[in-house]
Design a binder for this molecule. Structure first.
Ligand SMILES: [Zn+2]
Length: 422
């Protein structure tokens, strides 16, 4: 049993309860046993000294190992950036060893930003899922399938066989396999159909980049006479748990389809801004009842995996036409409980409640930007704080990051190996 005491607890439960002075008891399974108001009188409790405890943050979409390509090519349009720079460099660099190294670097960065769950789309997942699991983070790891050769497999047929072989390796582990195809403009309908059916049969999340750019919208219209959302909806079985990254260019009908089909949306505002893809209409989507998660996308198009920064960006660009859009509290929901719903992990994480995994982040209320504090944690978290204020990241009851130190990663080794690559 572990106890975290003397904290302001931001639960993100259905009532959005905030406990002004309380404690959390964590059982030996790493789950929350109790959350109580008042002082804890027992021994061996960890004193939070009046800091905030919030649910672990969720990075809904990233390509973790692309941390290795951070700053490699900037200031270019998406297609040119991908085809002339990122894909060739990936072909040259991203072998299994480097993908693991980049994944470890990315996980370090995410832990330091209070991220406890993330959804990854990359390559060599049979080994990265083991790596994430060993570190102890909740990684949803998906092998990229695309019509072209990838760093791991020469053809989509080979990638599909590889994916099928990985399905059982993560049973009952904290990190797990999920399924993914790149996008409607890069992956033929056959593969969207096959992988999404495989997801349905195995009750796994299916992820796809959708409606990211105007180029994609016109290309899909030309090829299939449909919008990207209509096209995907016609291929993905109704029962498949589906999350769509980007969703920047949707019409009203697309939004109705997404709401009706329960397609979760993963909003990647910094990546969309950096690549001039556009601004997703998140406030409108949420009004229609669509669940939205926030993601950083890969570090090559961001250029970091800081979900706290991403929350602020999401809220600020959501306000471009109305300051009441994407309030601090709505934005915080997207990075916690609503994000968990998009990834279909809300029964285990996303809020601080009895029975859920102890995925808990301690945020200092002693940083300069926390003075004064008017008692609104959402305002502080979304508009003022930054990852310097993250003091501790706990997942399933284990402290993986605290005051700059990692308990399950040799940070010096990772840094020196990455430096040697350049
Ligand atoms: Zn992406």
């Amino acid at each position: 049993m572990k106890v975290l005491k003397n904290a302001i607890i931001v639960t993100m439960n259905t009532n959005l309860d905030i406990i002004k002075n309380g404690y959390i008891i964590i059982n030996d399974n790493g789950d929350i046993e109790e959350i109580k108001e008042g002082n804890y009188s027992g021994e061996n409790a960890k004193d939070m000294k009046g800091d905030l405890l919030i649910p672990g943050l969720i990075n809904g979409h990233t390509h973790t190992a692309m941390t290795l390509l951070r700053g490699y090519a900037d200031d270019l349009p998406l297609i040119e950036w991908l085809e002339k720079h990122i894909w060739p460099k990936e072909g040259e660099w991203m072998n299994e060893k480097n993908v693991n190294l980049g994944t470890e670097l990315g996980i370090m960065e995410m832990l330091a930003c209070g991220t406890t769950s993330f959804c990854d789309g990359y390559f060599f997942t049979s080994s990265t899922v083991g790596l994430a699991d060993k570190i102890g983070i909740r990684g949803l790891m998906a092998e990229g399938l695309i019509d072209f050769p990838t760093p791991n497999k020469k053809t989509p047929e080979e990638a599909f066989d590889y994916i099928k072989d990985t399905l059982n390796i993560s049973n009952n582990k904290i990190s797990r396999i999920v399924l993914y195809v790149h996008a409607p403009y890069t992956t033929s309908p056959l593969w969207i159909e096959k992988v999404s059916h495989l997801a349905k049969e195995n009750d796994l999340l299916f992820v796809i980049h959708t409606a990211e750019t105007l180029f994609e919208v016109s290309e899909i219209k030309k090829r299939y006479g449909k919008t990207p959302v209509e096209h995907c909806a016609s291929l993905i079985p109704v029962e498949t748990k589906t999350a769509m990254a980007h969703m920047v260019h949707l019409n009203d009908k697309d939004m109705d389809i997404a709401a009706d089909r329960d397609f979760g949306v993963i909003h990647n505002p910094q990546s969309n801004l950096k690549l001039s893809s556009g601004i997703a209409e998140i406030a409108k989507m949420r009004k229609k009842g669509i669940n939205v998660s926030i993601g950083t996308d890969g570090a090559a198009s961001n250029n970091n995996l800081d979900i706290i920064e991403e929350m602020r960006t999401a809220s600020l660009i959501g306000k471009y036409d109305d300051p009441q859009h994407l309030s601090a509290i709505e934005t915080m929901k997207m990075a916690t409980i609503e994000g968990a719903k998009v990834l279909h992990i809300d029964d285990e994480t996303g809020s601080l409640e009895k029975g859920k995994s102890a995925d808990i982040v301690r945020i200092s209320l002693n940083g300069i930007e926390s003075y004064p504090y008017f008692g609104n944690p959402y305002s502080f978290i979304v508009y003022a704080m930054n990852s310097r204020d993250v003091k501790m990241t706990m997942i399933k009851g284990n402290v993986l990051y605290e005051n700059g130190e990692y308990s399950t990663i040799d940070a010096d080794r990772v840094k020196s190996e990455v430096r040697k690559l350049q």
